[in-house]
Each structure stands twice: as structure tokens, then as C-alpha cells.
Design a protein around this ligand. Structure first.
Ligand SMILES: [Mg+2]
Length: 227
């Protein structure tokens, strides 16, 4: 992959530890009300509603409300109006999630090493513009990582190949000279390849599909890969 001039990075699961943040947040939000049943319902709702948002079936705010509508009955709580759900999200899970944002320790050093090797970096992330920009600011990477392209601002969501193609266009890069790094095989790796980019799976937890050969376990492996 010596012709790579730009590394395009996913955010959640790659630069920021979304899984830990989400677990911390649901614990902080619900405290003693968090039973194993409620926790399972919460993460099932997260996965289902985000998949529906990726497929274009739900708006960003609506997927949040849908997650609360899924889980409130399990908690034995009534489901309020949209405005009430929005307020509940903002003061509850949403606030706790924000407080739980931490970057992965390998992110900053890997980005600096890429820059030292003459490789540009940028971010392409599914999610709302405000939230994803705030995450990068909180974890100290916003000024380092280069252009930030979000599904919210592009109106296109991975794995739609157009999301990758428009991102390349915005950063002035030929897709064939761009390597995408993501932690979700179908959404990130297959999506990027479908658009003609190179792609590598960041498999932090060792769950990569056995037939995938472009796999790294840490961002520390990235600079050697593009050199
Ligand atoms: Mg991700």
C-alpha cells in the first residue's frame, strides 16, 4: 500500500472508545435501575436503531427517541411526547455519554507518524456533525486529524459508496490513493472497497471475519502499513 497518500479514519471505535463510553454512560444514567435485562435491551435498541438510521429509515433525532421508546417500558416508565423524550435524552444518557468520551491512546501517535511520513489524514464518520466534532475536540484530536466529514453534513451514510466518494472529493484525493481505516467490516471495509478506496479493518477485540486479510490490531501498525 505504498501509493497511499491519504488515510481516512473512522471515529467511533477507531479514534474514540465508543463502546466503553456507551457502557459507562448507561451505568451513570440509570444507576441502580440498570439490570442485565435493561442493559441488553439498551444495546439491542442502539444497534437496531442505528442500523435503521444508516439505512435511511430514521432521522438522527428520531433514532434517539426510538431507543428510549424501546427501553422505557423495560424500565417500567411511561413514554412521553417527542419533546419530553428529547429532554430526557439530553439530561440522561446523552449527558452521561458526553462525559464518557475518551480517545484511544494509539490514535494521536499514529496520526503524527503518518504526517511525518508525508501521509495526510482526515475523518469520515457516521453521526451528527455537532456531536462528532465535539468528540474530536474533547479527545484532543480535532486540530490534528485534518478535515472532518460527517454523515450528518454530507447527507450520506457509510456503507453507501457515495459517502466515501464525496469525502474523497471534498479532500481532493483520488479514491485509489486513499486508505480507509474502520472497525466495522461491512460498514467500513466493504463500504470503502465498494467505492474504490483501499481499506483495512481495525480489529481491536479480535473478532475479524476469518477471510479478511487486511487487518490491524492497533493504530500503531498503521504507519508501517502505508510506508
Ligand atoms: Mg466505527
Amino acid at each position: 500500500m505504498s501509493d497511499v497518500r491519504t488515510v481516512l479514519l473512522d471515529l467511533d471505535g477507531v479514534l474514540m472508545d465508543h463502546t466503553s463510553a456507551a457502557r459507562e454512560a448507561v451505568r451513570a444514567w440509570l444507576g441502580a435501575r440498570l439490570t442485565p435485562e435493561v442493559e441488553a435491551a439498551w444495546f439491542a435498541a442502539q444497534d437496531l436503531r442505528l442500523a435503521q438510521w444508516r439505512a435511511g429509515g430514521l432521522g438522527w433525532e428520531e433514532q434517539r427517541r426510538a431507543r428510549l421508546r424501546d427501553v422505557l417500558p423495560v424500565l417500567g416508565e411511561r413514554i412521553g411526547t417527542d419533546d419530553e423524550l428529547d429532554a430526557q435524552w439530553a439530561s440522561g444518557y446523552g449527558a452521561a455519554y458526553r462525559r464518557s468520551w475518551h480517545g484511544f491512546e494509539d490514535a494521536g501517535p499514529a496520526i503524527r507518524a503518518l504526517h511525518d511520513a508525508g501521509v495526510r489524514t482526515a475523518v469520515l464518520t457516521n453521526g451528527a456533525e455537532d456531536q462528532q466534532t465535539a468528540k474530536l475536540r474533547t479527545i484532543g484530536l480535532l486540530d490534528l486529524v485534518g478535515p472532518v466529514l460527517t454523515a450528518g453534513a454530507l447527507g450520506l451514510r457509510k456503507p453507501d459508496p457515495r459517502a466515501f466518494l464525496v469525502a474523497c472529493e471534498r479532500i481532493g484525493a483520488d479514491p485509489s490513493a486513499v486508505l480507509y481505516v474502520g472497525d466495522e467490516h461491512e460498514v467500513d471495509v466493504l463500504g470503502a472497497r465498494g467505492a474504490g478506496l483501499g481499506a483495512v479493518l481495525l480489529d481491536r477485540d479480535g473478532t475479524a471475519p476469518p477471510d479478511e486479510t487486511a487487518v490491524i490490531r492497533s493504530l500503531a501498525e498503521l504507519p508501517a502499513l502505508v510506508r
